[in-house]
Design a protein around this ligand. Structure first.
Ligand code: HEM
Length: 181
């Protein structure tokens, strides 16, 4: 996982739980990197899983809620790392269509070792879209948090129904994203 994900995670912990929480997590996890992250480097996926597990114990919050909350936090960090000219989408729906075909393509050019998921709009409805998500990381909850925050940034709050899920044995996830009237 790219260091940018870790640096944003550390920032979220320090903002929302304080520096002492970050230090407690590092002590608990005994990470190969020592918990020193730089955005362009790449770290073992297991490190983020260990950190989230330790945060779950520290904060007494279930892992899935933390992953989704982190997705919401991560959105601004990732979006602000791109040149502003690359984030000029008129609405949420055009941004969602661009994630796979433009945004993650740029990420992969910038970081050839990045592993971005497949996340595509497969159906358009009157009030939203169906997103198809597939990744060996099965981080669909992170995707849900990212989409919620992207939606908020356009002033278009949405509901997201997870109609099938890789973590329950399916070969992909389906996310039905609909705006709240
Ligand atoms: C609503 C918008 C977005 C969605 C739903 C989305 C979805 C995701 C998900 C779910 C992952 C986790 C990896 C996985 O599942 O395999 C990921 C990784 C990543 N995304 Fe996006 N993303 C969005 C926007 C962006 C933007 C705006 C950027 C701008 C730079 C970005 C850059 C990245 C990077 C750097 C990674 C880490 C790749 C790695 O660790 O190798 N994403 N994205």
């Amino acid at each position: 996982m790219k260091g940018a994900v870790f640096t944003n995670f550390q920032e979220m912990i320090e903002d929302e739980f304080g520096m002492e929480c970050w230090e407690a997590l590092l002590e608990k996890c005994d990470l190969p990197s020592g918990g020193i992250y730089t955005s362009a480097s790449t770290y073992d996926d297991q490190e983020i899983l260990s950190l989230v597990g330790a945060l779950s114990e520290y904060s007494n919050t279930p892992v899935p809620s933390l992953v989704e909350a982190f997705g919401r936090y991560l959105y601004d960090g990732l979006a602000n790392s791109l040149p502003p000219s690359m984030m000029t989408y008129p609405d949420l729906w055009s941004l969602l269509e661009a994630v796979d075909s433009v945004i993650h393509v740029e990420v992969n050019k910038l970081y050839p070792d990045a592993l971005t998921p497949k996340i595509i709009v497969t159906e358009k409805h009157d009030n939203g879209v169906t997103l198809y998500y597939q990744s060996p990381r099965k981080m669909c909850l992170l995707a849900i948090g990212l989409v919620h925050k992207a939606a908020e940034s356009f002033g278009t709050p949405v509901t997201i129904q997870h109609t099938c899920c890789m973590n329950e044995g399916a070969d992909h996830c389906s996310l039905l994203v609909e705006y709240i009237e």
